[in-house]
Structure formats: structure tokens, C-alpha cells
Design a protein around this ligand. Sequence first.
Ligand code: ADP
Ligand code: GLC
Length: 487
Amino acid sequence: MNQQSAVKVLFASAEAAPLAKIGGLGDVAGALPPALRQNSAGKLDIRLFLPFHAEIKRKEPQLGYLGAFSVPYRAGTFSVELYVTMVQGVRTYLLDSDVFNHHSPVYHGDPGLDGRKYASFSVALLEASRFLDWRFDILHANDWHTALAVYALKTLYKNDPFFKETRSILTIHNLPYNGYGSESAMTELGFPAGTDPDLPEWALLTPLPLGISAADRIVSVSPNYTREIQTRDFGCGLHEYLQKNNQKLSGILNGIDTKVWDPARDPLIPYPFDSTAISGKALNKAALQRELNLEENPEIPLLTVVSRFDYQKGIGLIFDAIPENVRKSWQMVLLGTGAPDLEARAADLIREYPHKIVSLLKYDEVMAHKLYAAGDIFIMPSLYEPCGLSQMIAMRYGNIPVARATGGLQDSIINYHADPDNATGFLFTEKTYEGLVSALNSAILVYRDKPTWAKLMQNAMRADFSWNASAQNYLELYRDLINQRGN
Ligand code: ADP
Ligand code: GLC
């Protein structure tokens, strides 16, 4: 960066791998800050701020205790204890308070409880920086959980000299999750209702739109999703706002942590492999077939799913597609948790199609690595997908995605039907199980053509999904904000 002293960035997130990960936000917050540090040639002082979730406490990270401070709110103060740990070279602050933490899961799933947890965390992280006397230049918030920190800078802390020079970026990872249900917590904390005349009425006490309106820059996690959220179909009621304010909106495609997701060095898979020594992949497949009591046969394509079971992911399309396809030769392993109705359907499949379909209804990091490594085809029929990391991970492990052409899936997968020479997967557009069935059939047909499939695997495994390019884009944004501040 073009500055004498390092630019200071406060990176705020609800989750960050490996300390706490529920989905892709955890991957991003775990990998982007170290990538930004590495790509900045020492010109960036980026620090991560997280709630000290019970899940992190159970992992017993090496900690330093920094002390306690008070956070003012409308009716008094609440107390927060501050701890520090290092994660991949990034100074990581863990904030603990009985208002938003003790024994609580990363997400309660209850809008009121989550609203209280993250509204208070958003204010507390600003006070933590004051307690540390660390005047950061840029607040980089992520999703609705920390969007209120951005809004707080423009409201509660508007005239506070400590934050006078602070600028803000808000990355949108998932627009529909907007923090609705936080109203009473916000009121309790003293947040005023929004006054931006461009925001719809329902958004005036809703964290994500308020953060969007207050942020100096907004980033969405893929160029295609950035276009999509400016349309009625994907904009969740904010498309007009985003169209009107699109000069502060940009799309930066996520990367993946290529050290964690590296088939050549992955300690969680039995047989390492890479694009130059691919034979280990077949050994991983055979090992998984044995482990899960599937027929051990290299010729049967192994279909894999690793996903939150959520409406977004189009999991229902997979279930609908099965009866039509069941007589064909394939095996399928699903790993995921989430919506009870989807879990129930997945459980039924094991009973109906034993030895052909295995449903593992849990969150299991080790099994996820094994599935990426063992699978031939990775199914991701998302109805919408801001970026998607699973398909990138799958490609790196030579597990060819069959995915819907939406959001970041379209930005990261080269469709076999559009460009067979450079293809890395199969894309389909229809939001129907017929669309999925037809894409799966094409993939299985190509799977039988060994040289063509080998080429697909080579292309996919060699694609660059590292954070480097995206980190450069974020650094440029930081630089712009700092430069504008001088004007
Ligand atoms: P999202 O953030 O919408 O869930 P992404 O594709 O961006 O989707 O990221 C999902 C991340 O969560 C990937 O790292 C994936 O491997 C992981 N994941 C999802 N479900 C599971 C599971 N049941 N067990 C282990 N890891 C999972
Ligand atoms: C969200 C999105 C996913 C994205 C992830 C990380 O969870 O659903 O598409 O990859 O955030 O940005």
C-alpha cells in the first residue's frame, strides 16, 4: 500500500476457521485476512475480531487475557472481557460477555437471540478497539452479524473523535440473511432507526440494509451475484437501493485456503494426490466405498454432496431427481445438516436405497475432506449462490461439479457444454429436477469417456482458486478508501 505506516484494518466476523466455522463465511474470514497480510508486503495491520463462542472455548486456543472494558448502551453499561490469540499470523481478538456469549452457539437460529448477540457484539468490537487504543483506518464488516458496527460508526459514534478517520467496507456473503428480528436489541442498545430515504420501510431497523446504507463500500462475493442482487429476483427487496447506489458496489470472487484444501498435503485424507500424480484419487474412492459399505468398484461414478441443508442449496432437487435415475449405475454420499424436512428425506433414502445412497446427517470436517477427495461428481444445484466455496474445493480435488448456473457458481465453473477444451464442470440453468437430471446424465456419459474425463479433472485441479487475485482487489479497495480520506 502506498502509505508510510501500515494501514490498520479491523476485520469483523461471526465465524472464522479454524476457530469457528459453520459455512463459507468461516472459510473466508479464516483465509482472507492472512492472504491480505501476505499480499500487502507488510503494509497492512489486519486484525480479526470474533465473539468468544462456546465452540472456540472448547478448542482451548492459546490465549492472552487483555482485560475487561465497559460498553455503554441506552440504559447503562455491559462488561466485555478481551482475549487475544494468533491464527495464521493474524492477531485475533476474542470478545466475551454474558450479554452475547456465554455458552451460546455461533448462531441460535432464533432471530431475537441472534439479534441481541450480534447487535451487542457489533458495538463491543468498536469499544474493544478503543480499549486497545488501536485507531484502525478501515472497518471491514461481513454480513448482517457485524453490519451494525458499520451503522454504529455513522450513528452512535458519529461525533466520536476516536473514529473520525475510520472508513468502512461491508462484504455481503448472503443477502437474504439480513438480521431481521434485531429490532428490540437495537432499540435497547440505543440505535436510531435508519433515515436513508432510499431504504424500504421494513429495513429501517434491520442490520444488513442499515450497514449497506452506512458503508463507504459494499462488496459482494462474486461479480455475477453483484449483478443478480440488483434484480428483483435476487435483491430481497433491496435491488432498487443497490441499483441506485451501485457506484459503491463491487464484486470480488472469493478464493479458498489452498493450504488447507490441498489434495497433495491434506492430512485428513488417506491417500495424497495431485494433478501430476492422480492415482491416489482412486485409492481414496476405494477407501471411502469400503468405509461406507458401498460396492468397492472404480467404474461406478461416486456422486457427492457436502452442504448445509438449506432452501438456498436446492437439496430438494437432488431428492426429486433420484427416483428417475435410480436404476442407473452410480453411488451417492450426502454429508450435511440443516432443515429437518430435508434431513428426514435424506434419512429415508438410506432406507430405500441401501448400498447405493449414504446420508451422513452431521457436520464433519474430516468426512468432508474425504468426500471431496473420493468423489467423481460434486452436486451443487443451488437456487442461488453468492459465491460458493464447496465447488472450488471439489474442483481442486478433481471432483467435477454439476451445478446450477447462478451467482459464483457461474463465475467459477467453466461449463463443458460451452467450452469442452477448458471445461471444469457442468452447469445447468433450469430450477427443476429435470435440469439437474439432464446435467447429471451428461456428466455420467462423459465420465465413461476416460480421456475426456481425465482432461476435465486436469483442468479443474489446475484452476487457480487461491486468494491472491481477490486479495489484490480488496487491497485496492482499501487503498482507494485511504486515498479518498485525504481528499
Ligand atoms: P455456504 O457458506 O453457503 O454454506 P460455501 O460453499 O461457501 O457455502 O461453503 C460451505 C463450507 O462449509 C465448505 O467449506 C464446506 O466444505 C463446508 N461444509 C458444509 N457442510 C458441511 C458438513 N456437513 N460438514 C463439513 N463441512 C461442511
Ligand atoms: C455465504 C454464501 C456462499 C459464500 C459464502 C462465503 O454463506 O452462501 O455462497 O461462498 O458465504 O462468502
